[in-house]
Design a binder for this molecule. Structure first.
Ligand code: G7M
Length: 231
């Protein structure tokens, strides 16, 4: 099945004028892909520390979301030729490469992801001050690599983590500040610099704080929150 999605990643009129409409073709498209790109009502969930422990974490564990594509990248079984930078250190290292959403034809919608080598961090919720060297390393070396390769300075980069992510293996998004990437809004994106500071100020910030995130009507996690009487 072929599923064609129009202009999901290009929403600035300036860019549209310059390059026309950009299209992403996903082939073969799974049921999950089709669902993902259909317009859906969304809801906001305020997830407390207890909600994470009793609802979200069991859901993530039961669903065992596949991160095989991530491991393939880390093991150089996929996209090895697209790697922009790698720090191979097992604790603070990462691989930086273009996100699937970026065709690399223009810098206006620059979009890369830094995928960490270590495999024990699922999401923001797992981060503690122990991970500060990892996060600082991604910030410092990611910015440096993007500056060298694309001549884009840190003042033109938006660097953030998603909560909830689609894939439960810590990764950081690097996008052009001029590009309003899907998922870069306040309800889902957490700036890397803020994450670092929050961990410095309050060690258990991401375990204790209520985190708000958007969720689509067809997401099984929404059903779990409903069943628990949380929304
Ligand atoms: O934070 P969140 O989990 O929502 O984002 C995951 C990001 O990974 C998205 O921006 C996707 O476009 C990107 N992505 C997903 N897959 C399956 C791949 C892939 O196989 N290769 C690359 N380069 N990016 C991907």
């Amino acid at each position: 099945m072929q599923f064609c999605e129009e202009a999901e990643t290009v929403d600035t009129s300036r860019l549209n004028k310059r390059i026309g409409i950009k299209t992403t073709v996903i082939c073969p498209a799974t049921e999950k892909h089709v669902k993902k790109y259909l317009r859906q009502e969304t809801f906001l969930i305020n997830e407390t520390e207890d909600d994470y422990r009793s609802i979200t974490l069991p859901h993530i564990t039961q669903q065992s979301f596949s991160v095989q594509w991530v491991y393939n990248i880390l093991e150089k079984k996929a996209e090895a030729d697209r790697i922009v930078f790698e720090d191979p250190d097992p604790h603070v290292g990462f691989v930086l490469l273009p996100d699937f959403k970026w065709d690399q034809k223009q810098l206006e919608d620059l979009y890369l992801i830094a995928i960490v080598h270590r495999r024990d961090l699922k999401s923001l919720r797992d981060l503690t001050p122990d991970n500060l060297p990892l996060l600082r390393n991604i910030l410092e070396k990611g910015v440096e690599a993007i500056g060298k390769k694309y001549n884009v300075p840190s003042s033109k980069l938006r660097m953030y983590l998603h909560y909830q992510p689609s894939y439960y293996h810590i990764h950081v998004h690097f996008t052009s500040l001029d590009y309003e990437a899907p998922g870069c809004g306040v309800e889902r994106a957490h700036l890397l610099t803020d994450v670092i500071q929050n961990l410095q100020v309050q060690p258990e910030y991401y375990q204790k704080r209520t985190l708000t995130f958007p969720i689509r009507a067809d997401d099984a996690l929404l059903t779990k929150f409903r069943e628990a009487g949380k929304i």
